[in-house]
Design a protein around this ligand. Structure first.
Ligand code: PGA
Length: 251
């Protein structure tokens, strides 16, 4: 049985005061959701105050990105050890905004994934096709290429510790949600890729989140799909009631 994961990706939003207020609001009600994992991913500069705000609650902390090297002359970057040091348990990797706006490649995502796993962070590795790719019938190819590239070289044991997120790029921040069939089809395809590449046990244990305009009103039906094990939420994670409304739908 896979434990649902409800993850809030705050992206480049909030300021110090609103980040603390949001983290506090989530932490206060986190005990209502004993049967799932709740995760907040604030901007890096607010990880420490957010960690303080959720201390003692069952909400977990994650970062939105990291660099694969352990330390050294990499101006502006953060290592897995630094994220662990401030209380992170998870890190989002290869989000489509990093892939498409900041030029991150599968190979970069792969290095980061391995570094995160080696350090003991749980990577949330994102994949997803762009609208033109879906319209050209290339969704399955794009997902396979990103899956294979991002997870290259992982052992079955390492793959079993990864969380995957399917986020169709055309559904992110647009209000357009994939239909249940579109989402479930890709989730099921990802699970068979896991089974083919690794083994049934890894395939059955890996959580695959859906992301892209998830709201309290559509979360229930998305999360009831057999291969959708949680949600990666952008916009709706910036309001405590919306974020926890989605968590309530996962119960
Ligand atoms: P959205 O973002 O919920 O605002 O569509 C999802 C994501 O990018 O993780």
């Amino acid at each position: 049985m896979r434990r649902p994961l409800i993850a809030g990706n705050w992206k480049m939003n909030t300021d110090r005061a609103s980040a603390v207020a949001l983290a506090t609001g989530v932490a206060r009600r986190a005990s209502e959701f004993a049967q799932l994992d709740l995760l907040i991913c604030p901007p890096a500069v607010y990880l420490i105050p957010a960690a303080e705000a959720i201390a003692g609650s069952k909400a977990a902390l994650g970062a939105q990105n990291m660099y694969h090297e352990a330390n050294g002359a990499f101006t502006g970057e953060l290592s897995a050890a630094m994220l662990l040091d401030v209380g992170c348990k998870y890190v989002i990797l290869g989000h489509s905004e990093r892939r498409h706006i900041l030029g991150e490649t599968d190979s970069a995502v792969n290095k980061k994934t391995i570094a995160a796993l080696d350090a003991g962070l749980i990577p949330i590795v994102c994949v997803g096709e762009m609208l033109a790719e879906r319209e050209a019938g290339k969704t399955a190819d794009v997902i396979r290429r990103q899956f294979e590239g991002s997870l290259a070289g992982l052992t079955a044991e390492q793959a079993g510790r990864v969380v995957l997120a399917y986020e169709p790029v055309w559904a992110i921040g647009t209000g357009k949600v994939a239909t249940l069939d579109q989402a479930e089809e890709v989730h099921a395809a990802l699970r068979s890729l896991l089974a083919q590449r690794y083994n049934r046990q890894s395939a059955d244990s890996v959580r695959i989140l859906y992301g892209g305009s998830v709201k309290p009103s559509n979360a229930g039906e998305l999360l009831s799909q057999p291969n959708i094990d949680g949600a990666l939420i952008g916009g709706a994670s910036l309001k405590v009631d919306d974020f926890l409304g989605i968590a309530a739908a996962a119960k």
